[in-house]
Design a protein around this ligand. Sequence first.
Ligand code: PHE
Length: 345
Amino acid sequence: MDAAEIDLIEKTGLSRIESAASLDDLRAAETEVLGKKSAIARLNTRLGSLSPDDRKAVGQVINHARARLQAAADERRVALGAEERRRRLEAERLDLTEVLPGPPTRGHLTLITQTRDELEDLFVGMGYAVAEGPEVETDWYNFEALNIPKAHPARSGHDSLYFEWGEPESTLLRTHTSPVQIRVMQTQPPPIYSIMPGKVYRKDTPDARHTPSFSQLEGLVVDRGITFGDMAGTIDTFTRAYFGPGMRSRLRPAYFPFTEPSAEFEVTCAICAGSGCRTCSGTGWIELGGCGMVHPNVFAAVGLDAEEWSGFAFGFGIDRLAQMRHGIADMRVLLDNDIRFIGQF
Ligand code: PHE
């Protein structure tokens, strides 16, 4: 082992490091040149056969060569990192000065917002006020006050997204707009005729009929002598006003913890006009939302006397409504930002 051999190993190593074409390649080069099985590491194992004096001198030469190789690798890493960053920025650059041919086109509200605005107008025309609430809710508003205590099976159907905030599972993205019912009843005395539109969140895997974030519209009426018939009439009036005079609605028994009795409401299938098709599984009806008479436990949670007041609530998905009315097969396009889709509305 002599200085020339060490020098050659260093030169070969340096040229391997300097020719590394990417950060990944540089990692591979470092293993080859400086790793346990590298030529320089093998030199070290041969030191044992030298005299103590030679061992010290040669060992120092090897160490210096190793330090220079390491320094070269560090330098190359900085250079490659800067180069990769520069390339990424270049690739992501947006030319904001680009001028498209033809007259400029104006943007417009998304289909979901248009639908929500139209629904608000419709209910305001029927005498309802519009209320809003926070999208980040406490367990009490989203569940407890709505008669869904801890360990209630209905919670599992909601696939909630919780925050790491305070007590475990105490703060979440609201899974429905129903907590706004509670907030409205807490802040204003009856009579209440309100709708509560807004975004809700569930840990759902996106598919043609589900997106993890969607919009609901909730309705709440609290007054003296409100009946199930008032609710059915309201839903039917709304159905005809929104979908057209030929459309009907019907109620089917269902269960919600916060209403009793509860129902699912269905409307005439818009695709086949009620004669039965694939979309409605041959029934002629499409399920739109839930509804029912406000449960006495919910009145108790907000301090209202269930003997004096009665009411109904209903809720449905705004996205689902837009999907039905416009015959959109896959809900995901509503959130995709694809100009070819957005431009149609
Ligand atoms: N909150 C219910 C849901 O998201 C819908 C609903 C609202 C049902 C009001 C009844 C009354 O599934």
